[in-house]
Structure formats: C-alpha cells, structure tokens
Write a protein that binds this ligand. Structure first.
Ligand SMILES: CC(C)(COP(=O)(O)OP(=O)(O)OC[C@H]1O[C@@H](n2cnc3c(N)ncnc32)[C@H](O)[C@@H]1OP(=O)(O)O)[C@@H](O)C(=O)NCCC(=O)NCCS
Length: 193
C-alpha cells in the first residue's frame, strides 16, 4: 500500500535556491555505488555523528540490498546523476514507539543552504502521514550540531530535551544528545498534496 503510494509520488523535480534543478526519488538497490560515492564526500566532522560506518562499502551495499519500506523509507536527491542528499524515515513495526518515526538526513557540503533539507523534510512528513500509524516524528542531533538543530526548527520541529553525555561519536567521545519532535496530528492537510 505505502509502496504503491510512493511509486506514484516519486520521482519529483524541483529547483534549488540557486536555480539548479534536482530530482527527489526513492533509493533503489542499484544505487549502492552512487550512495557510497556520496558518503565518501561527506566530511569526517559530519560522519563522526553517524550511526554506521558509511566509509565501509559493505555497510552501504547491505542497506541498498535490504530496503524494506515498512521499516525505513530512504529518499535521495539527485543532481546530474549524482546523489547530493539523503533522508530516511525509520519506523518500528510494533511496541511502545510504533507511533514515532525517526528522521535522519544529510546533504552534500557543496549543496547545503539551498533549501534541500527543508524540501526533503516536507516529503518525509507527507510520507509519515501516508504511513498511517505515525503520530510524531523525532530527530536526534548532538547538541553541538547547531546548524542541524536550526534546520529542524525551521521545519517546525521542537527541541524537547537534551540528554547529557548520552551518546558517543565514532571515535568514542561522549556528547550531549538533543531530541526534537514534530507533531503529525495537526498536519492532515499535507496528506492531500
Ligand atoms: C544540517 C543539514 C542537513 C542542513 O542541510 P541544508 O540542505 O543545508 O539545509 P537547508 O538549506 O534546507 O536549510 C534550511 C534552514 O535551516 C537553517 N540552517 C541550515 N544549515 C544551517 C547552519 N549550518 N547554520 C545555521 N542554520 C542553518 C537555516 O535557517 C536554513 O535556512 P536559510 O539557509 O534560508 O538561512 C546539513 O548541513 C548536513 O547534512 N549536515 C551534516 C549531517 C547532519 O547534521 N544531519 C542532521 C542530523 S540527522
């Protein structure tokens, strides 16, 4: 059901603030090389906070080979045949957090401040509404990721808590974690888009 809606919805085209065209579409199993190349160009400072080692080709190939839209919906932004941004909506099929969708997103450094994150978040919100059971979105940022926190706030997310020393980066240093949420229950109008 969700898969059919997503197949109908994407790809979509748009233009960045600088006027350059982009395409948003679902990540597919054949995108592993493109995605690996994209992650290889993300600065180490940003990758410090990633959950997985995206420099490991096997990790990226494994993601692409095991796309399950009921668990995670991965969207990519493409420019001239390259991936320049990636956002994903993660769901837990059952349990006490099954109404919460977790959002992750990263944009290639050369394509930042072009409004791509806000466009991707709008798409993620629409998908979350179509997914049916979700009531709330959640994003997790290190407290030091000021740009990311500002971006989520621009999209309507609200900081709810900062947990001291709650997470470790890929080098093992601990950081404060800021949790932001977005209430989907008042957003039904997006679903009609
Ligand atoms: C955070 C990130 C996703 C923002 O992507 P982006 O496409 O550049 O964001 P947008 O262009 O849509 O920005 C929208 C608004 O968010 C705010 N914003 C974005 N980046 C910002 C920054 N570095 N500093 C301050 N505000 C920022 C601004 O209000 C911006 O609007 P403006 O450009 O008109 O001022 C990108 O910098 C990135 O990939 N960072 C590394 C990964 C990461 O931190 N991911 C988030 C955790 S899941």
């Amino acid at each position: 059901m969700l898969e059919e809606i997503l197949d109908d919805q994407y790809p979509i085209q748009g233009t960045m603030k600088n006027g350059a065209p982009y395409t948003i579409r679902l990540l597919r199993s054949y995108d592993a090389s493109l995605l690996y190349h994209f992650f290889s160009e993300i600065p180490r400072g940003d990758r410090l906070f990633f959950r997985d080692d995206v420099q490991d080709r096997g990790v990226v190939e494994n993601w692409c080979a095991n796309i399950n839209l009921d668990v995670a919906v991965p969207l990519i932004v493409e420019v001239g045949g390259d991936i320049v941004g990636e956002a994903s909506l993660h769901r837990e099929p059952r349990g006490w957090k099954s109404h919460i969708g977790r959002v992750r997103l990263v944009i290639h450094p050369n394509y930042r401040r072009q409004g791509l994150s806000l466009v991707l978040l709008r798409e993620i919100i629409k998908i979350a509404l179509h997914a049916g059971s979700l009531e709330r979105l959640m994003a997790e940022c290190m407290e030091t990721q000021i740009g990311a926190i500002r971006m989520f706030e621009s999209a309507g997310f609200v900081p709810q808590a900062t947990l001291e020393g709650h997470v470790r980066d890929i080098e093992g240093r601990s950081h404060n974690l800021t949790i932001l949420t977005y209430d989907l229950r008042d957003q039904e109008y997006f679903a009609a888009d």
